[in-house]
Design a protein around this ligand. Structure first.
Ligand code: ZN
Length: 106
């Protein structure tokens, strides 16, 4: 059984439906993963050749970074010492934050 994330719109568990390709020029099985919750206004669905490929599509989520998150990361960067003699983990974290935020190191 493939692990599926809940529906991103309603939070319910989606259903897996095995069917045949109906598109022109396609033969063989198709797998649909669809939210059939009666309270789901979006009713999202994805399709794949296999349960695994459909699940990979279903489980993909966009990464959303809010302005507030960026602000928090900038605050953390200010808190980290720019001293090159500080510990390696602090230097690595500072370098990672600078790269993620697109700011120059000092
Ligand atoms: Zn739903």
């Amino acid at each position: 059984m493939t692990d599926l994330k809940p529906c991103p719109f309603c939070g319910e568990v989606p259903q897996i439906q095995h069917d045949e390709w109906r598109d022109e020029g396609k033969d063989g099985p198709a797998v649909y993963i669809v939210c059939r919750s009666s309270t789901c206004w979006a009713e999202p669905s994805v399709m794949g050749d296999t349960e695994e490929s459909a699940a990979a599509f279903w489980n993909t989520r966009a990464v959303v970074v809010t302005d507030e998150m960026v602000e928090i990361l900038h605050a953390q960067l200010d808190y980290l010492s720019p001293n090159p003699n500080c510990g390696i983990s602090q230097r690595a974290l500072r370098a990672a934050l600078e790269a993620a935020l697109g700011v120059e190191g000092e």
